[in-house]
Design a protein around this ligand. Structure first.
Ligand code: ADP
Ligand code: SF4
Ligand code: MG
Length: 336
């Protein structure tokens, strides 16, 4: 499924040490993204999607976060072990992230141009190679990037302050800023959740276009399965800190195996589906201060069996590089 991975997350376990006790946030997460591939991570709020990707760029404060096991390999380099100096050369230059709320990541007291120019010059300083760009050249590069993300009139918009732009325009600016260092991997964590529906569609189209144009590898986190189906090659379905199903969009969405994936797919409204057929998965995520013994989905699963009180096997169908974490497939499975 995946060509040589650009990012390879292996057996990643992470806890949060909280006042209430140890919160077992991630339990043996395995994911990878190949060159030019896009991976969607889906699952309901609180299932560990953001926590999975934040430490790719060292963005989880420790404490409270504690890595228990695993590796996050970026082209073979373990991002959990890099020095601050190495991180400076990777953050924004090799790997960039965009988040849900653009306003949080833009400084309200500086113009877009000042912020973008600073970022471009900082990347250059971190790399300390090639010809040094002047501020004027960095600004010209910023204008080019704003044009690339289809911000109207970039030559004048660049001198605006963040509050003078709409939410959709601010997200375009953040995408331009994220891509200004020509990263190889873009991680977009719910990039459109804070925007209204028509703007969401435009931003997603933009991401899809940039992925094609720039040959980027992308991790797209969203609770919108339709978006993942449209943009991504592969998908990881997360539940309560575990990847419960993983494979190509065709296989996972076309022939879901895990009862949680089946439930998620049945809960999507679409034209032609009568409302009475819409299905909500009953119950809630388990409390990971005290995770259930065995399958983490068992309290909500209509197919639960006695054996589900023991940890479920993670079965891989080697022919398709597809995995399912569920006792129903303890003998393995076909993908035909
Ligand atoms: N700094 C933190 N301290 C304690 N718990 C945290 C922290 N960050 C996230 N969590 C918990 O980890 C779980 C997964 O969070 P997150 O990855 O943000 O979920 P989502 O899938 O919605 O992105 C949540 O229950 C959240 O409360
Ligand atoms: S392991 Fe059992 S409880 Fe868990 S998803 Fe599979 S069938 Fe359901
Ligand atoms: Mg999140």
């Amino acid at each position: 499924m995946t060509n040589t991975p650009v990012l390879d997350i292996r057996d990643y376990r992470l806890n949060f040490n909280t006042f209430d006790g140890v919160y077992h946030a991630l339990d043996g997460v395995n994911l990878s993204v190949g060159k030019g591939e896009s991976l969607g991570i889906v699952g309901e709020t609180g299932c560990g999607k953001s926590v999975t990707v934040r430490n790719v760029l060292g963005l989880l404060p420790s404490p409270p976060a504690e890595v228990i096991s695993g590796e996050i390999l970026y082209n073979g380099l373990d991002m959990l072990k890099v020095t601050p100096e190495q991180m400076k050369k990777i953050r924004g230059i090799e790997i960039a992230m965009i988040f849900q709320d653009p306003m949080t990541y833009l400084n309200p007291v500086f113009t877009i141009g000042t912020q973008m120019t600073d970022v471009i010059l900082a990347h250059q300083k971190a790399l300390a190679k090639g010809e040094k760009k002047s501020r004027k050249e960095a600004r010209a590069h910023a204008v080019d990037m704003l044009r690339k993300v289809h911000l109207p009139n970039p030559e004048t918009q660049i001198d605006r302050y963040p509050h003078e732009l709409s939410g959709g325009m601010r997200q375009r600016v953040l995408i331009a800023m994220a891509l200004s260092g020509s990263p190889k991997l873009l991680i977009a964590d719910e990039p459109t959740t804070a925007l209204d529906v028509t703007i969401q569609a435009q931003i997603l189209d933009l991401i899809a276009e940039l992925v094609d144009d720039m040959g980027l590898s992308v991790i797209l986190i969203t609770h919108d399965l339709g978006v993942v189906a449209k943009i991504c090659d592969n998908v990881a379905v997360m539940y309560a800190g575990q990847v419960v199903e993983y494979g190509t969009i065709e296989e996972v969405f076309g022939r879901p195996k895990h009862p949680y994936t089946e439930g998620l797919l049945k809960s999507i409204p679409h034209p032609g589906r009568p409302p009475e057929e819409l299905f909500g998965i009953p119950g809630f995520l388990p409390n990971l201060l005290n995770p259930p013994v065995g399958c983490r989905f068992q309290a909500r699963c209509s197919k639960a069996m006695e054996i589900c009180g023991t940890p479920a096997p993670n079965r891989n169908n080697a022919a398709h590089d597809r995995t399912v974490l569920c006792h129903l497939y303890s003998e393995g499975f076909d993908d035909a």
